[in-house]
Design a protein around this ligand. Structure first.
Ligand code: CMC
Length: 389
């Protein structure tokens, strides 16, 4: 019999028992800093508000991988390298075309990213150099995987990547088959910046743990995608949109306040709210909320935004819980025409930069990650032969 309540168990041998590793520091990093009380997020020295206003996603990638901003020629070089890596290996495209059209996009993305490693066999043996090459390859190819699967499952022709343009621009082009306007590109780019890096969240911890066994970056990112997919982590953005669409089905009688209260009464979690570290408004949600308002108005989805605001106020009044990054990103993606089950893939497209930055950092100063578990089962049981059980 397992006793999941630890009250009657001698825990003296384990002074650091901590469910969910809440507040535990397992690594040091120069990649990001989160102040959960102030609602402050910094990527390698730069406040997220400054990056949201001034940076491009490619600059953020360089920043996370090198801990400094690129000069003009370094940025051009990185952009060119990303462009040169956009084409998917044929067997990966074949897999995307032939897999189950009803598969979850995140599952397809996880498998395809894992496959990419089969085509990255020419390594130099210099770990830092190879890591950089793999980070660029995955950052360039993940958008192509997402767009190819979405088109293929809809019976549309897969669009080859462009030999120009930003990651955001090229992704929207490959997804929709037409070149995006400035506003759509800027929105997409800002979303990529805001999702790039976020401390020791579950997927980054997974990536670092895999790296710490001296496994390769493709394995680390594949594992991280698996962790991000869950609804308590990146999967929350799809769940948020499904909640809003549930409200939409109710038509004129939809009441987001009553809806939220009822869910809380039933002890259900409201997706897109709450955070292990932030005890105030997530600074990323601040930018996404502004974007959501603007885009919802422009695209005739005002109701979705109004319901989001109603849910936000209700959560604050009832539980004193604020929205996280996933809450307003849902309506932003929806307003630019991205289908809800792709939302977590878009998160991945950005977060691969943070995961690979942590991989590089962990490789430079590695120690195996190996915590303990408290055994709460029985011991020294008598063996019963199989026919007597
Ligand atoms: N809806 C309702 N109640 C909530 C919520 C929520 N979204 N989040 C936290 N609570 C309550 C929870 O029920 C608990 O109440 P009580 O003390 O009365 O039992 C209290 O707040 C503490 O919650 P917790 O689950 O112990 O907190 P945690 O730090 O273990 O979990 C979380 C953090 C993000 C998993 C959780 O807030 C949650 O499940 N949120 C919904 C899913 C979500 O939006 N995830 C995205 C996270 S941020 C971005 C990302 O990673 O993608």
């Amino acid at each position: 019999m397992a006793h999941h309540n630890l009250d009657n168990i001698d825990t003296s041998e384990y002074p650091h028992i901590n469910r969910g590793l809440d507040g535990i520091v397992a690594f040091s990093t120069t990649k990001s800093s989160i102040d959960g009380q102030k609602g402050e997020l910094i990527y390698s020295g730069y406040n997220i508000d400054v990056l949201a206003e001034k940076a491009t996603f490619e600059e953020v990638c360089f920043l996370l991988w090198n801990d400094r901003l690129p000069n003009k020629s370094e940025l051009d070089e990185l952009k060119n390298e990303l462009i040169s890596q956009r084409n998917l290996p044929k067997p990966v495209l074949e897999y995307i075309k032939t897999t189950n059209k009803n598969a979850e996009p995140m599952a397809v993305l996880r498998t395809a990213v894992s496959m990419l490693s089969d085509f990255e066999t020419e390594n130099s043996g210099d770990k830092a150099k190879d890591s950089r090459k793999h980070a660029i390859a995955m950052t360039a190819q993940i958008p192509a995987i997402i767009a190819a699967f979405d088109r293929s499952r809809k019976g549309k022709k897969i669009v080859s990547p462009l030999k120009e343009g930003s990651t955001a621009y090229n992704f929207l082009y490959m997804l929709n088959g037409e070149k995006p306007g400035d506003a759509a590109e800027k929105t997409m780019d800002l979303c990529l910046i805001l999702h790039a890096e976020h401390g020791m969240n579950a997927s980054t911890f997974t990536a670092r743990t895999i790296c710490a066994t001296e496994s390769d970056m493709f394995s680390a990112v594949t594992g991280a995608i698996g962790a991000l997919k869950g609804p308590l982590h990146g999967g929350a953005n799809t769940a948020v949109m499904n909640t809003l669409l549930e409200l939409e089905k109710e038509g004129d009688s939809a009441d987001a306040v009553a809806f939220t209260k009822k869910k809380l009464e039933n002890k259900e979690k409201i997706m897109g709210f709450g955070h292990r570290v932030y005890k105030t408004f997530d600074p990323r949600a601040f930018h996404l909320r502004k974007m959501s308002k603007k885009l919802s108005e422009e695209t005739g989805h005002e109701k979705l935004y109004e319901w989001s605001e109603d849910m936000m106020k209700t959560m604050k009044d009832e539980k004193d819980i604020d929205p996280n990054v996933d809450f307003f990103s849902a309506t932003v993606y929806y307003s630019i025409g991205i289908q809800p089950d792709l939302f977590t893939c878009i998160f991945t497209m950005s977060r691969v930069s943070g995961w690979s930055a942590h991989y590089i950092e962990q490789s430079e100063n590695n120690r195996l990650v190996r915590p303990r578990a408290l055994y709460i089962g029985e011991k020294n049981l008598e063996w019963t032969p199989v026919e007597k059980r």
